[in-house]
Design a binder for this molecule. Sequence first.
Ligand code: SAM
Length: 256
Amino acid sequence: MTVLDGEPGAVHGRVAPQALNDAMARAWETISERPLFTDPYARLFVNAAGPHELPATPEHQRSLIDSAAARTKWFDDYFLTSSSSGVSQVVILAAGLDARPWRLPWLSDTVIYEVDQPEVLEFKQRILAESGVSAAAKYVPVPVDLRDDWPKALTANGFDHTEPTAWAAEGLLPFLTDETQEQLLERIELYSARGSRIAVEVRGDAYSDLSCWLCTRHWEVSSTSAADLMSRYHRTATPGIDEPVAHSVFVDGRKL
Ligand code: SAM
């Protein structure tokens, strides 16, 4: 399972491989028989990035695609619910090559800040600009390392911490040390007005700590395990494949 079509692009090796894996999974899901969502842009990223393969065996690849699809669908639903409840400021931390600003039906007053490494956001913007597509909301890229002072960069780009925000951290925490994860959550809490929302993918053994942490700071929290999501979306875990995302828990909350 490799590129879907097209010529190898010039950016090969510069975009985070994990972001490309997720884009490739979304591209395959999009052309599957019964997709949970469609992401027409994932294919553009994969083709432009050049030769890149999902790791491991076909069974493992199926498992990766199903897990990534269930996760994407859960985060999509989270954003649509936040939007319909009136939250018009969105911050996607480690957005990678996900194209939600372009593919979800946002209300026209929505502002979406995407935070990731500069080369990832530059690549994404370039490919989408070459394709002539426009975001369905006001799109603000914030190229900054999440180990640095990213709230300062967000604020410099127009983020307003007095307004409710819908935050998301999907597929991010494994890349950060425990200390940086704590700092990230503390910053989200500090910059969240009442009515803000949060959605985080967390390791199964860490979700109760995160839920408690949020509850004591007046967030109303609920959670769904990856296994429950797979079952909800009629996807089955591949026997013998121990996929890390299969142990994830998806935590969402609302600040009271
Ligand atoms: N959320 C996206 C998705 O589901 O497609 C991307 C997930 S990908 C597994 C992880 C992303 O985290 C990559 O895009 C990578 O560039 C970003 N990332 C990892 N460490 C980072 C850091 N310290 N600062 C900014 N971005 C980071």
